[in-house]
Design a protein around this ligand. Structure first.
Ligand code: F0G
Length: 351
C-alpha cells in the first residue's frame, strides 16, 4: 500500500529529528500538484497549482506545525502559543490536541475568517482576541514565550521552516526537477523562506538541476517588503496576509535576490478576480490570500514578464472553505422550487 505517512516520515533524513523523536502527525503533506488548464493557456506556460488547502487543517501551516509540535513535545513542553491571522492558530490547535498539550492563540480582533476561528474553538484552544493587528499579536506571543513556560510555534521558530520546506521537495519529486518559476503569497514571509531553503537543498544534493526564480506577492494594502518600510495599519480583504512587519523579512529578500526573483504587490481587486477564476475555471476553491499567487502571475503576464514555455508552480496556500463569505458575497439566493421535476427542469433551463 502507498499510504502517505506525513512529511516527517516521508522526508525524515532531511529534517531535524532522531530515531527517538516522538512524531506528532496528522498525515500532512502529499498534497495535489494540479495542472492548471486555463492558466497554462493564458500564459503559454505549463502552470501547476500546489493545493495546500488539502492539508489536514486546510493550509500549508500543517507542514511546519507537525515539526514544531513534535519538537516541543520532545523538549517536554506542556503548552504552546502562537500569534495568527487564523491558519497558524487552527493548525497549532489541532496538533496540540494530538500531542496532549495546551494551546494558546492570539488573533487580531475581528480580522480572522470565521472558519479559522471555528477550528481553534473546536480544538479547544485558549483564544485571546487582541486589540491590535497580527504584528502586535506576534510581539505579545514572543514576550509571553520569553517569560512564561510556553513554547512559541510561529515561523520565527526555525523548525517550522524545516517542515514547510518539504513542499518544495514534493514539487521537485513530482515534476522530476524544480520548476522555472515558483509563485506564492507573502505575509509573514516564512513560507517563501521555507520553499527557497527546500529548493536550494535539492539542487545542492543534485536532486534538481537548478533552483526556480521565487516570485512573491503581497496585498497592496499590506506590502511592507514592496514599499521597503513597515506598514503601520495594514489592510486587505486577504486577512491571512494582513501583515505590516513580516518576521522573516530579511530571509524573503534573500530568497528574492539569490533566486533572481521579485516581490511585488497585487490589489484586492486582482486577488478577488484570481480567487473567482480559480474556483470557476480551474475547479480549485482557495481562500482569498492564496489567490495572491495566481493574481501575481497574471499581473506579470500582463506586464510581459513571462516568457512562454516555462514550468511555473503557484502555491495556493489555504482552503476556500475557511472563508466562505467571499464565495457567497453579492450572490443572489439559490432559486427555490417545489418537489416538481417539470418546474426544476424549467428553472434549470433544461426544458
Ligand atoms: N496564505 C495563507 C492562507 C496564510 O495563512 C498565510 C499566513 C500566508 C499565505 C502567508 O504565508 O506568512 O509564511 O508569508 N498566515 C499566517 C497565519 C500569518 O497566522 O496563519 P507567510
Amino acid at each position: 500500500t502507498h499510504q502517505w505517512r506525513g512529511i516527517i516520515e516521508e522526508y525524515r533524513d532531511r529534517l531535524p529529528v532522531t530515531a527517538t523523536t516522538p512524531v506528532v502527525s496528522l498525515g500532512e503533506g502529499g498534497t495535489p500538484l494540479v495542472r492548471a488548464q486555463v492558466l497554462s493557456e493564458r500564459t503559454g506556460c505549463e502552470v501547476y497549482l500546489k493545493v495546500e488547502g488539502a492539508n489536514p487543517t486546510g493550509s500549508f501551516k500543517d507542514r511546519g506545525m507537525t515539526m514544531a509540535i513534535t519538537r516541543a513535545k520532545e523538549e517536554g513542553a506542556k503548552a504552546v502559543i502562537c500569534a495568527s491571522t487564523g491558519n497558524t492558530s487552527a493548525s497549532a490547535a489541532a496538533y496540540a490536541v494530538r500531542a496532549g498539550m495546551v494551546c494558546a492563540v492570539l488573533v487580531p480582533q475581528g480580522k480572522i475568517a470565521l472558519g479559522k476561528m471555528g477550528q481553534a474553538l473546536v480544538h479547544g484552544a485558549k483564544i485571546l482576541q487582541v486589540d491590535g493587528n497580527f504584528d502586535d499579536c506576534l510581539t505579545l506571543a514572543r514576550s509571553l514565550s520569553d517569560n512564561y513556560p510556553v513554547a512559541l510555534v510561529n515561523s520565527v521558530n526555525p523548525v517550522r521552516i524545516e517542515g514547510q520546506k518539504t513542499a518544495a521537495f514534493e514539487i521537485a519529486d513530482a515534476l522530476g526537477d524544480a520548476p522555472d518559476i515558483h509563485v506564492l503569497p507573502v505575509g509573514n514571509a516564512g513560507n517563501i523562506t521555507a520553499y527557497w531553503k527546500g529548493y536550494k537543498e535539492y539542487a545542492a544534493d543534485e536532486l534538481a538541476t537548478h533552483t526556480p526564480r521565487m516570485w512573491g506577492y503581497q496585498a497592496s494594502g499590506a506590502a511592507p517588503i514592496v514599499r521597503g518600510e513597515v506598514v503601520k495599519d495594514p489592510s486587505t480583504v486577504a486577512t491571512a496576509i494582513r501583515i505590516g512587519n513580516p518576521a522573516s523579512w530579511d530571509f524573503a529578500l534573500a530568497a528574492r535576490d539569490e533566486s533572481g526573483g521579485h516581490i511585488d504587490e497585487v490589489t484586492d481587486r486582482q486577488i478577488l478576480a484570481a480567487y473567482r477564476l480559480l474556483a470557476s475555471q480551474e475547479g480549485v476553491f482557495v481562500e482569498p490570500a492564496s489567490a495572491a499567487s495566481v493574481a501575481g502571475l497574471l499581473k506579470a503576464v500582463e506586464e510581459g514578464k513571462v516568457d512562454g514555455g516555462q514550468r511555473i508552480v503557484c502555491t495556493v496556500t489555504g482552503n476556500g472553505l475557511k472563508d466562505p463569505e467571499w464565495a457567497t458575497a453579492g450572490a443572489p439566493p439559490a432559486t427555490a422550487v417545489p418537489v416538481d421535476a417539470g418546474i426544476a427542469a424549467e428553472k434549470l433551463g433544461l426544458a
